[in-house]
Design a protein. Structure first.
Length: 230
């Protein structure tokens, strides 16, 4: 992301001020900051749902700044309610792969591989309505991972889970990211979650990128910003 910025329609102030940020292949980068800090807007620009005011987005050297959503190989892990209620778990996971034109045997291998990894192979033929909330959330995550996109993005996917489920899901997210080597950008307003997940943490405040640090230095960066604001 080079010189990337954003202004929402009918406003003059920038929701995201120009910033530069490089993400390594296979890295888990966390966007951390309070509400309205610009995290979700950055993810929406990456996914193609918002148009930048300025700057470029490059993936493997290709400029995708103005590419259509389906042409940029960036997958957003949606909430559990986004599952197709009339489809089995197997068909929910395989749907996008069929649209992508993958052969049936590869679709089966990918679906069964990711479900085996998360320990839920026994629910492949169930429909979402028969699952627990945690199972539905896990299947929604698996549906994003099964595509093995160049970039996986997540926007506070555990916020609606109870604390015990949050911890379990965070551990699963990290395991899947490492298992499949997915370049992942994850937005959260929870610093502890950021420290658990991230290889690096990018701190945002009022639409500005304040700094990027390793997890063990993140608290010092946050404290320095708080001292400046006080």
């Amino acid at each position: 992301m080079n010189g990337l910025s954003h202004v929402y329609e009918n406003t003059t102030s920038e929701s995201v001020h120009p910033f530069n940020l490089f993400v390594d292949d296979g890295e888990f980068l966390v966007l951390y900051g309070p509400t309205a800090s610009g995290k979700s807007t950055i993810l929406r620009m990456l996914h193609g749902l918002e148009t930048p005011k300025s700057g470029t987005i490059l993936i493997d050297g290709s400029d995708i700044t103005h590419a259509a959503v389906n042409d940029r190989d960036v997958t957003l892990a949606l909430e559990s309610y986004a599952l197709y209620p009339h489809m089995s778990v197997r068909d929910n996971l395989g749907f996008a792969l069929r649209v992508d034109g993958l052969p049936a045997d590869e679709i089966q291998e990918r679906v069964e591989s990711v479900m085996d990894k998360i320990g839920l192979s026994d629910i492949l033929d169930s429909v979402p309505g028969d699952l627990t909330q945690l199972q539905r959330q896990t299947v929604a995550l698996a549906r994003a991972v099964v595509r093995r996109p160049k970039v996986l993005i997540m926007d506070e996917p555990v916020v609606n889970l109870v604390p015990e489920q949050q911890a379990e899901t965070l551990s699963l997210i990290k395991d899947l990211q490492q298992e499949f080597g997915l370049t992942t950008i994850y937005a959260t307003s929870n610093l502890e979650d950021a420290k658990v997940l991230g290889d690096r943490i990018a701190f945002l405040d009022h639409g500005r990128l304040i700094g990027v640090e390793k997890p063990d230095l993140a608290e010092a960066l946050v404290a320095s910003v708080s001292d400046t604001d006080s």
